[in-house]
Design a protein around this ligand. Structure first.
Ligand code: S3P
Length: 168
């Protein structure tokens, strides 16, 4: 069974995912890195040269590939799990965790980041629009605000995973 992390850009998927992978001795993979490897380009360049629709196709293929694996900790790009077609790929073979960080925490962490093409100006509307999809497409929501550390978030996820993993 895989662990799939979803949530808005900057919610901590990568940081938390790496901690979980270390503690469970599993592989950490993120969809964006896989896309960059397959396409031989940075995410920002894929958006600039081929557009968001093309990027979403690459993302769907990356999710399909990763869903076939087992016991991996998978961090999805901020948009991935807002698409039901991606959520469906992971629904049975993974626990899907929504890291629900509040908007001000996220902005404090990442602010404006040139490597994140969708983070231009005020992203609050996008944040609000996506949140219900993360909730609908995940099995568990971990709330993160203020001083909650990545280690604490990782602990909660590991506990949930151990409880849910019926394959052991
Ligand atoms: C995106 C988030 C990014 C990356 C791409 C699109 C989004 O990933 O997949 O820029 O739609 O929110 P992170 O959430 O890792 O920043």
């Amino acid at each position: 069974m895989n662990i799939v992390l979803c949530g808005f850009m900057g919610c901590g998927k990568t940081t938390v995912g790496k901690i979980i992978a270390k503690r469970l001795d599993g592989d950490f993979i993120d969809t964006d890195s896989l896309i960059e490897k397959e396409e031989g380009k940075k995410i920002a360049d894929i958006f600039a040269e081929s557009g968001e629709e093309y990027f979403r196709e690459c993302e769907h293929k990356a999710c399909a590939k990763l869903a076939k694996g087992d016991k991996a900790i998978i961090a999805t790009g901020g948009g991935a799990m807002t698409f039901e077609r991606n959520a469906k790929l992971f629904a049975d073979g993974a626990v899907i965790i929504f890291i629900d960080a509040d908007y001000s925490t996220i902005m404090r962490r990442i602010g404006k980041d040139a490597g994140r093409p969708l983070l231009k100006g005020d992203s609050k509307a996008l944040f609000d629009k996506r949140r219900p999809f993360y909730i609908a497409n995940s099995h568990k929501k971990i709330t993160v605000c203020g001083d909650v550390s990545a280690e604490q978030v990782a602990d909660l996820i590991i506990k949930y995973y151990i409880k849910e993993d019926k394959t052991k």
